[in-house]
Design a protein around this ligand. Structure first.
Ligand code: NAP
Length: 328
């Protein structure tokens, strides 16, 4: 079968589509004939060699897929060959056949296309976990999202209004992304070069922000602390630039402001609490099936187009969520 293989850390020239051995499921696993797979910044972090993202080289990237169940391993109940599913593989999703744990595989309702479903297991599900669970969002809360124009940022543009959000403010890295983020649903998008506590407060009608979702390591943490309301939650969920992380703020500041600073890792949940990921996948698929939620994606026609798209993500030139069509 054909799969995208990252030969070694480096640029897109080191990612190639190869013929590789067909996988078969072990106990508790299934294999999936992949129809569509989602692209994610975590694959870019693996490609550039950030520690902890590729367990070994060559690396087989791809962390979210949708397709049909191909083979079922021992001890798997509730899934049948041919079922339409979305799943979180442990890598290897950018391939014609992917392997996933049954506990991280969720049936896709008939109303949801496999194209959209491929953006759920890591993309929409992460956005749902960030806002609804870790961010302890309540209706009316204002939300600040750094990196508003990427896959997670565009998922949040759909979810926050649906859940009854107040003002939704985003920061973006390039001037051309301001309009794109506002078109996607942000009330106000601000170029990060121009961002300040005043700009964010004024975008929030002069008030502090209730929830901050921040994938910028700790580089924006001082700003986050300056703009939050009493009782706010700041969720740190990435390190896009890959730089060193600073220490957390002094406890007194958090105690005095009733501020929660918390972390989020999809990978950590997959390892330690997979049922929480599966339940977020199920919840977002149900919202999509009910027509309450929609999630526009950009479709790449073939696996061979993925390395160039990874370049877009790596250089901050991507916009919205990308999925690749793997099988017709
Ligand atoms: N913790 C988790 O489990 C988890 C899960 C999924 C994603 N994430 C993180 O969430 C972020 C967004 O992920 P995604 O899948 O939505 O990715 P994406 O579609 O590629 O978006 C990434 C965005 O990050 C911004 N960015 C900021 N600094 C950057 C840098 N140094 N290099 C490249 N891009 C940079 C870019 O937008 P602007 O420049 O416009 O801001 C870019 O659009 C990433 O940092 C990712 O690692 C974390």
């Amino acid at each position: 079968m054909r799969a995208l293989v990252m030969i070694e850390p480096g640029d897109s020239a080191r990612s190639q589509v190869h013929d590789v051995e067909t996988p078969h499921p072990g106990p508790g696993e299934i294999t999936i004939d992949v129809a569509y797979a989602g692209l994610n910044f975590m694959d870019v972090m693996a490609r550039r060699g950030d520690p902890g993202y590729a367990p070994s080289w060559p690396y087989h990237p791809g962390l979210e897929v949708a397709g049909t169940v191909r083979e079922i391993g021992a001890d798997v109940v509730g899934l049948s060959v041919g079922d339409r599913v979305a799943a979180v593989p442990a890598g290897g999703g950018l391939a014609e056949i992917a392997t996933a744990r049954a506990g991280l595989t969720v049936p896709v309702p008939a109303e949801v296309s496999l194209r959209t479903a491929a953006a759920v297991p890591l993309g929409l599900a992460t956005a749902m976990l960030l806002i609804a669970e870790v961010g302890r969002f309540t209706p009316g809360d204002s939300v600040l999202v750094h990196s508003a124009s990427g896959g997670i940022g565009s998922a949040l543009a759909q979810l926050v209004p649906l859940l009854g959000g107040g003002r939704l403010i985003g920061t973006v890295g390039r001037a051309d992304k301001v309009a794109a983020a506002e078109k996607a649903g942000y009330d106000v998008a601000i170029l990060r070069d121009h961002v300040s506590a005043d700009a964010i407060r004024s975008a929030n009608d002069g008030r502090g922000v209730d929830v901050v979702l921040d994938p910028l390591g700790t580089s924006a943490l001082a700003l986050d602390l300056d703009v939050v309301a009493t009782g706010a939650r700041i969720v740190l969920f990435g390190n896009a630039s890959g730089g060193a992380l600073d220490p957390l703020p002094p406890a007194g500041r958090l105690i005095g402001g009733n501020i929660t600073v918390t972390g989020f890792s999809h990978r950590g949940l997959v390892a330690g609490a997979p049922h929480r990921v599966a339940s977020a996948v199920r919840r977002t698929l149900e919202l999509l099936a009910a027509g309450e939620l929609s999630f526009p994606v950009t479709e790449l026609p073939a696996l061979a187009d993925v390395p160039e798209a990874h370049d877009l993500l790596a250089e901050g030139r991507g916009s919205g969520k990308y999925v690749v069509r793997v099988r017709p």
